[in-house]
Design a protein around this ligand. Structure first.
Ligand code: KDG
Ligand code: MG
Length: 406
């Protein structure tokens, strides 16, 4: 079964997505997600380098193709390279599954569990709003929730939407074509506030569910250690991205000061981003999604090593991972032993006009789907009706104007 054609579909049904389509001489079509939020055109360009290398290759040789693209490039790692290789890898797993008539999780060893626990985002302009939202999600059946609230005194806060339905539309992102929004950050206001937010959620709703919070790379290691310690009484499932992720050594300091579990890696793309973190037992959860982590092939290998160190998965699942990437996350999550949780932020309604079939969450868990391949269907004509819409993620400044991590 040879690859005979490749095409990059960049469309924006509410969010920008980069989808690679590969076609075989048997007419089997595979899809892969290569979306890097705010840098979509870079992945599209990289994929244009890869497509000629793929034509004529045996579509079933997934491992060999991965090695060919990774080692063969000479230039290794990095978000654009690894998202592009991932898109190819996902498309090949999709093709193999479809050709054999089995879901990808079956090719990976079958399911290791009965359901995939997911977590949604519970946000609000006030703590009351967050508590109400969290109560509603628990009522829907969720077993885990992430809580973020507007920090009093700051005009905007990461992960918090001005209006209740913005999460559906992604409207917290800047307007199309505009320069990045500039947000203002104050660590002391944040550190004073978060323990109160978490305490209120536990006081009001109890301990019968998993609780998560994302610091989004904003703290120093010692601030992160302090925050983790304050949160210990509330039995967090994790504190996410406490410090800028690329500084692996920083986690040694955080770990000395707190037993709150730590998750990191939504901006990572390789085992080598985790080597110190995992082998020194400095983290508890891997956040890299299939889309950014070199595909199912590389992330599966990474999670295999992580398992030996008791580190579990919590693959990134915001609405800027396409439904194809979400499906790939789910297939890997079904199969690996060391699954932890799957983030499932949800999608704007228009997404389902293009991605007409993809994994769904019911009662807080991903529904097992035995559709062959990744189980995602795409209406390519509909995709053409949603052209690319250039957008940037916000940037962040301290109150004195110094640029800070967003
Ligand atoms: O594109 C960036 C978003 O995906 C990221 O800000 C979301 O941190 C995030 C999360 O945990 O979902
Ligand atoms: Mg995050």
């Amino acid at each position: 079964m040879r690859i005979v054609a490749g095409e990059v579909i960049v469309s924006s049904p509410g969010r920008n997505f980069v989808t690679l389509k590969l076609v075989t001489d048997d007419g089997v079509v595979g899809y892969g997600d290569g979306t890097v939020n705010g840098r979509e055109r870079a992945v599209e360009g990289y994929l244009q380098h890869l497509i000629p290398l793929l034509i004529g290759r045996d579509a079933t040789r997934i491992e060999d193709t991965w090695q060919y693209l990774y080692r063969g490039a000479y230039w290794r790692r990095g978000p654009i390279t690894m998202a592009s290789i991932s898109a190819v890898d996902q498309a090949l797993w999709d093709i193999s599954g479809k050709a054999l008539g089995v879901p990808v999780h079956r090719l990976l060893g079958g399911t290791s569990r009965d359901y995939l626990m997911t977590y949604p985002h519970c946000t609000g302009m006030t703590v009351d709003e967050v508590v109400d939202e969290a109560a509603a999600k628990l009522e829907e059946g969720y077993k885990a929730i992430r809580v973020q609230a507007a920090v009093p005194g700051l005009a905007t806060t990461y992960g918090v939407h001005a209006h209740a339905d913005d999460e559906e539309t992604g409207a917290y992102e800047p307007a199309s074509g505009a320069l990045p929004d500039e947000e203002i950050w104050d660590t002391k206001l944040y550190l004073d506030f978060v323990p109160k937010l978490v305490k209120r959620v536990r006081d009001e709703l109890g301990y019968g569910f998993e609780l998560l919070h994302d610091s989004h790379h904003r703290l120093t290691p010692i601030e992160a250690g302090w925050l983790g310690k304050q949160l210990e009484p509330y039995r967090m499932f994790w504190l996410e991205d406490a410090t800028p992720a690329e500084d692996q050594a920083a986690f040694r300091l955080i770990r000395q000061h707190t037993t709150t579990p730590l998750a990191v890696g939504e901006v990572f793309n390789s085992w080598f981003d985790y080597q110190t973190l995992i082998t020194e037992r400095l983290i508890d959860f891997v956040r890299t999604p299939v889309t950014h982590g070199g595909g199912i092939t590389h992330l599966r290998q990474l999670m295999g090593v992580a398992d030996f160190y008791g580190v579990r998965s919590g693959f990134h699942g915001p609405s800027d991972i396409s439904p194809v990437g979400m499906a790939a996350n789910c297939h890997l999550s079904w199969s690996i032993h060391n699954f932890g949780v799957q983030e499932y932020m949800g999608y704007p309604e228009q997404v389902s006009k293009v991605f007409t079939r993809f994994p769904v969450v019911e009662n807080g868990v991903v529904v097992l789907d035995d559709t062959p391949g990744l189980g995602v269907e795409i209406d390519e004509d509909a995709a053409k009706r949603f052209p690319f819409d250039p957008k940037y993620l916000p940037v962040n400044r301290k109150t004195d104007g110094t640029l800070h991590d967003w």
